[in-house]
Design a protein around this ligand. Structure first.
Ligand code: NA7
Length: 560
């Protein structure tokens, strides 16, 4: 085992979190080393290259605010960006801020061990090297460990096997191929219309139907982009006080100008609420008559159902919206049996992360697309030549897994973290994640998690959440240095109190309804404890709590 010279901070992961950590920590005078399993920067956007991959937060909001120069020089081609554009943005940042010199690529961290003697972390990597630093920051992402379900025979498939979260870098030619896809979450829903356009035939193996609404697919208009750029300081402030870290800034001038030009597309150009805000406006669906509700959906589309406040708070209102949604699916999909299978019936709108699509339902009207409903009978086995469901065998050349991720805790638990006294994170989190503010765990001094469980993370605009966490961690390390302190970690009491608060705010929401099974709850991974992992109390409330903790001399933390 070779040993590299010690640094101040080791960061695991070179997605947006790891990238900003380099920039910020370097500004603070710290020596930073990052390890990244991939061959380049970008994290989620490096790995998820499947056709149709796209962000569900408007691009002008899903961007860093730490550099005005970056804000001004970068142009987004679409209102909601496709994966290649976001990856280009990540690469631009890496070049501009010279981040790559701090990153060791193609190197996976295989253990993270606290060493009491040196009061620091010993990190081993899969190239047989040991690295030491007093601080370690896990910037390992929330959706970075792909889930491949243990379906019998899975390893026997002789055709091409793909996972949306590990899509190859080179083009995959599906022309003339019989393709099957398992999974109809965001990844599946985004990929299915694209795969259907390329493949000879597409079989969609669906266990649970999804509530998906059309995404805004507009090209970015220069005037809108410019107005954002002119107002970015105010927009960043607005993000700080929005529950989902999205400003919802309305580019008034551009819209008025366009309206004057009688451009009918102008209003739709305005980014709609970002993903985290798809949880109701100010109106209630129950205030409308049945005829009015139907009329609204006809006039404004399925998205309108997401704009009612009571749909997210009142089960009766939720049922009304769910039924209107199903009726729309029955109308859009021509084959009645397929339409019925595509209608979610066992859970309501608001339980899972809202999925946005381009032509999803219409794809099932294509002659080359077949829905295989797994509700009655799940996949019995994967064979060398395809997929067996009940008595039916589906012959395939290509099998795509769009089966999601071991979300939020997966990457942290996979890193073999052991803290003081040799106690492991896996032991500590046996019954679900326990952390203070989603930033630190008791027993793991000087180890920080970026957007960890118990913080708003995936319920917030990730780039806003990342900046806030990395800034907080940088300030904490500076505090230790300035005060001649060696270590910090939460007290057991503070951690317990925070976890109780995280659970309390999630209780009674649609997210945790008994009928709801989502990756937020860990319900997609067999045996994973059912705990609502992100903090649902809203980003501003969370941020204020983090600030208050600092103002009270790091209340809830203990130091040596
Ligand atoms: P998701 O949302 O976890 O979706 C995974 C899909 O795979 C979902 O439809 C699952 O059905 C299905 N699945 C998983 N295991 C199986 C088996 N064994 N058989 C059949 N179907 C299965 O992951 P995504 O990648 O789509 O999206 C994750 C997030 O990434 C998304 O929310 C965005 O934030 C970006 P199930 O619903 O469990 O019955």
């Amino acid at each position: 085992m070779r040993e590299s010279p010690p640094v101040d901070v080791i960061v695991v992961g070179a997605g947006f979190a790891g990238m900003y950590a380099i920039h910020r920590f370097r500004e603070l005078g710290l020596n930073v080393q990052v390890f990244e399993a991939g061959s380049d920067v970008g994290g989620t956007w490096y790995w998820n290259r499947y056709p149709g991959a796209r962000c569900d937060v408007p691009s002008l909001e899903y961007s860093f605010g730490f550099s005005e120069e970056l804000e001004q020089e970068w142009d987004w081609p679409e209102v909601f960006s496709a994966q290649p554009d976001i990856l280009r943005y990540a690469n631009h940042i890496a070049d501009k801020f010279k981040l790559r010199e701090h990153i060791t690529f193609n190197t996976r961290v295989i253990s993270v061990t606290w060493d009491e003697a040196t009061r620091g972390w010993e990190i081993t990597t899969d190239d047989n090297e040991t690295h030491r630093a007093p601080f370690c920051v896990m910037a390992t992402g929330c959706l970075s460990v792909p889930n491949k379900p243990g379906i019998p025979g899975a390893d026997t498939f002789a055709g091409l096997e793909l996972h949306t979260g590990l899509w190859p870098h080179e083009d995959v030619d599906l022309t003339g191929k019989r393709v099957g896809i398992i999974g109809t979450g965001s990844s599946g829903v985004q990929a299915i219309p694209e795969l259907a356009r390329q493949a000879e035939t597409l079989h969609v193996f669906q266990r649970t139907p999804v509530y998906t609404v059309p995404a805004n697919r507009k090209a970015m208009r220069d005037a809108v982009q410019q107005e954002f750029k002119d107002n970015y300081r105010a927009i960043r402030d607005m993000q700080q006080s929005n529950a989902g870290g999205v400003s919802n800034f309305r580019p008034v001038k551009s819209v008025q100008r366009a309206a004057a030009d009688t451009d009918p597309g102008a209003i739709a150009d305005v980014p709609p609420d970002g993903q985290p805000n798809f949880r109701g406006g100010n109106n209630n669906i129950k205030d409308l008559s049945p005829a009015e509700r139907r009329q609204r959906v006809i006039e404004r589309g399925l998205n309108e159902l997401l704009n009612f406040r009571d749909v997210y708070t009142d089960p009766e209102a939720n049922d009304i919206a769910n039924e209107l949604f199903r009726n729309a699916v029955r109308y859009m999909v021509k084959d009645p049996e397929t339409a019925e299978s595509l209608c979610p019936k066992d859970y309501g709108i608001g339980c899972k992360r809202q999925v946005l699509d381009r032509d999803y339902y219409d794809t099932f009207n294509r002659d080359n697309v077949t829905l295989v409903d797994l509700e009655q009978e799940s996949i019995r086995e994967i064979t060398p030549t395809g997929v067996q469901v009940g008595d039916e065998h589906y012959d395939l050349d290509v099998l795509v897994y769009a089966t999601g991720f071991d979300a939020m805790t997966g990457a942290l638990l996979k890193a073999n973290v052991s803290g003081r006294g040799g106690h492991t994170l896996n032991e500590k989190w046996e019954h679900g994640p326990v952390a203070y503010l989603g930033l630190q765990m008791q027993g793991f001094p000087n180890l920080f998690t970026v957007t960890g469980p118990g913080s708003p993370s995936v319920l917030c605009n990730m780039l806003v959440a990342i900046e806030q966490h990395v800034n907080w961690i940088g300030d904490a390390i500076t505090y230790l240095r300035d005060n001649g302190l060696a270590t910090m970690e939460p007290t057991a009491a503070a951690e317990t109190e925070w976890v109780a608060h995280v659970n309390e705010v999630a209780e009674g929401t649609m997210y945790t309804a008994p009928s709801c099974n989502s990756w937020y709850l860990g319900a997609n991974i067999p045996g994973k404890p059912r705990i609502f992992m992100p903090y649902v109390g809203g980003y501003p409330r969370y941020r204020e709590r983090c600030e208050q903790v600092v103002a009270n001399s790091y209340e809830g933390f203990q130091f040596t």
